[in-house]
Design a protein around this ligand. Structure first.
Ligand SMILES: Cc1ncc(C[n+]2csc(CCOP(=O)(O)OP(=O)(O)O)c2C)c(N)n1
Ligand SMILES: [Mg+2]
Length: 550
């Protein structure tokens, strides 16, 4: 009979993760983490094996974006270090991913052995992760291990960033000790600054003739979408989103005008933002992507910018005001308008498809996907021209759009979609990916297949690294040509289609939509010099700037 009074450290970690909403853990086993794996498969948490550790981290990132937390468990050195790029991405993109790494046992480490997967002092791995997470803990002391676990999970929640938990293999089955919960300091808004910021904002809004909201990524990460929609609907304000904030509001809402991304925006969205006399920027990060490679024309003197914990109006600043409090107070004080939305959102193209024998282009592909999107679809997009093309994609009410749109790491989409599919089994995944990015982590499609998932993968096959070609053409942008449609033989079961023309794409798309039992992949042949409408708009703009000398 067991005499154990408390959970073991491994059991406690699994319990706390489960209570935080983590029902799946992604990763690849190794001897330093096997004890933890053994506990995991005996727990209610399901293990999802991936083909590579960075895929596990991307999957956990997708999972976290859907449910608020995701986790992966990997072995020491070779496993953990394989996740560094993906975890740096989760850090840059504010995604609360819990990295669990096994490690040599505490007793083993004492003798300083030359043990496999070791690459330096045993502290090195934690030090690496310290730079790309908001908390790192090494569970090498049973007395404080439970508290360290609580701390790491609370930090991931609070800061919306990855955390690192290292568990030496000889402590997985050692009992820990319950401790009183640590009180983490919570950010509290300064009431005076908040009310002054709100008073000034409402006054400016009342005077403004053409106010517009620019909705940013932090609204999504802090789960403030509900407050945004309330504000939009109460005050009848038009809204655009940034690319990193894409889908923070339904892209079919009557107040929504599209993505604003400087010269890459649609004409309508660009006009509405750039002629506005009051930009209400909520949770917007002004990075190069969201400013359309710095082509945005946003006048700071017409700007109210609510960031995570400050509000900046024109040239002055209200410190210690949280985005959530500012938005809640703004909703409360918004003058409700009984007018309907009198906006002119750009109508979705309703062109006829397919045009017989017509070669497929990126612009037409997006048009057709817009028609095919349904409210139960989540779109996960890789970087490359498909990301810029997605500016013109309009996702529905309950659907979401996820991408590594700020960090822009290739290889995100196929594995992140795996995480989304596990998190939201009632949704269908549409994956947009370039031929180059697919070659990085496309093997994860076989995990989708193994689990009986049914994503539709659209490969934008433009014969290499097209985005890089736009910057500097050279043989380094050529890649080998893969028969993506034939991957079922190796990665399957899955349906593969080859689509060079609109007719072929139409057949492939209809078959893919109808087949819900396995993944589908459509290899869409695009010409190497084809580009999304957004890229063309940017090129036009840059050309006219050169001609105009500005
Ligand atoms: C991991 C990683 N390596 C390199 C890059 C640099 N990069 C950005 S876009 C791109 C080409 C992407 O090719 P593909 O997926 O085929 O999309 P395309 O640009 O052709 O539309 C490269 C190499 C990157 N963003 N991420
Ligand atoms: Mg390509």
């Amino acid at each position: 009979m067991s005499t154990a009074k408390f959970d073991t450290i491994g059991q406690y970690l699994l319990k706390r993760l489960y209570n935080a909403g983590v029902k799946h853990i992604f990763g690849i086993p190794g001897d330093y983490v096997l004890g933890f794996y053994d506990l995991m498969i005996k727990s209610p948490i399901q293990h999802i094996g991936t083909t590579r550790e960075d895929s596990a981290a991307f999957a956990a990132d997708g999972y976290a974006r859907c449910l608020g937390m995701g986790a992966l468990a990997v072995t020491y050195g070779v496993g953990a270090l394989n996740t560094v790029n993906a975890i740096a991405g989760a850090y840059a993109e504010s995604s609360p991913v819990v990295v669990i790494s096994g490690a040599p046992g505490v007793r083993e480490q004492r003798d300083d052995p030359l043990i496999h997967h070791r690459f330096g002092p045993f502290t090195f791995q934690r030090e690496i992760f310290e730079r790309i997470t908001c908390a790192t803990v090494v569970l090498n002391d049973p007395v404080i291990a439970f508290r360290q676990i609580d701390h790491a999970i609370a930090a991931a929640h609070q800061f919306c960033k990855p955390v690192y938990i290292e568990i030496p293999r000889d402590l997985v089955m050692v009992e820990g000790y319950p401790m009183p919960a640590e009180v983490m300091e919570q950010f509290a808004s300064d009431e005076t600054a908040l009310s002054e910021a709100i008073a000034e904002t409402t006054e400016l809004m009342a005077k403004s003739v053409s106010p517009i909201i620019i909705a940013g990524v932090e609204l999504h990460r802090r789960r403030l979408q509900g407050a945004l929609i309330e504000l939009v609907e109460r005050a009848h304000l038009p809204v655009v989103a940034t690319l990193t904030g894409k889908s923070v509001i339904s892209e079919r809402h009557p107040a929504y005008l599209g993505i604003y991304e400087g010269a890459m925006s649609s004409e309508n969205a660009r006009y509405m933002v750039e002629q506005s006399d009051l930009l209400l920027m909520l949770g917007v990060t002004l990075n190069d992507i969201d400013t359309g490679i710095y082509t945005a024309k946003l006048d700071p003197h017409h700007m109210i910018r609510a960031a995570l914990n400050e509000v900046v109006i024109s040239a002055h600043r209200y410190p210690r005001v949280s985005l959530a409090d500012f938005l809640a107070a703004l909703v409360f004080s918004a003058k409700t308008s009984s007018d309907g939305f009198s906006l002119m959102p750009e109508a979705l193209q309703a062109n006829r498809f397919p045009e017989p024998n017509r070669s497929m282009t990126t612009a037409r592909l997006i048009e057709r996907l817009n028609q095919a999107l349904s409210p139960d679809m989540i779109v996960v997009c890789d970087v490359g021209d498909c990301l810029f093309a997605a500016i013109d994609l309009r996702v529905h009410e309950q659907s979401e759009f996820f991408a590594s749109s700020f960090y822009t790491t290739m290889g995100f989409a196929v594995p992140a979609a795996l995480g989304c599919a596990c998190a939201r089994p009632d949704h269908r995944l549409l994956i947009l990916v370039g031929d180059g990015a697919f070659q990085m982590t496309g093997t994860e499609l076989s995990t989708h297949a193994r689990l009986g998932l049914n994503p539709i993968v659209v490969v934008f096959n433009n014969c290499g690294y097209s985005t890089e070609r736009c910057i500097l053409e050279g043989p380094f942008n050529d890649i080998s040509s893969w028969r993506f449609d034939r991957l079922g033989e190796v990665f399957g079961p899955l349906n593969g289609y080859d689509a060079a023309t609109e007719d072929a794409f139409e057949d492939a798309l209809i078959n893919s939509l109808n087949n819900r039992t396995m993944p589908s992949i459509i290899n869409v042949h695009l010409s190497a010099d084809d580009a999304s409408s957004a890229m063309k708009r940017l090129a036009e703009h840059l050309k006219s700037r050169v001609k105009g000398g500005s």
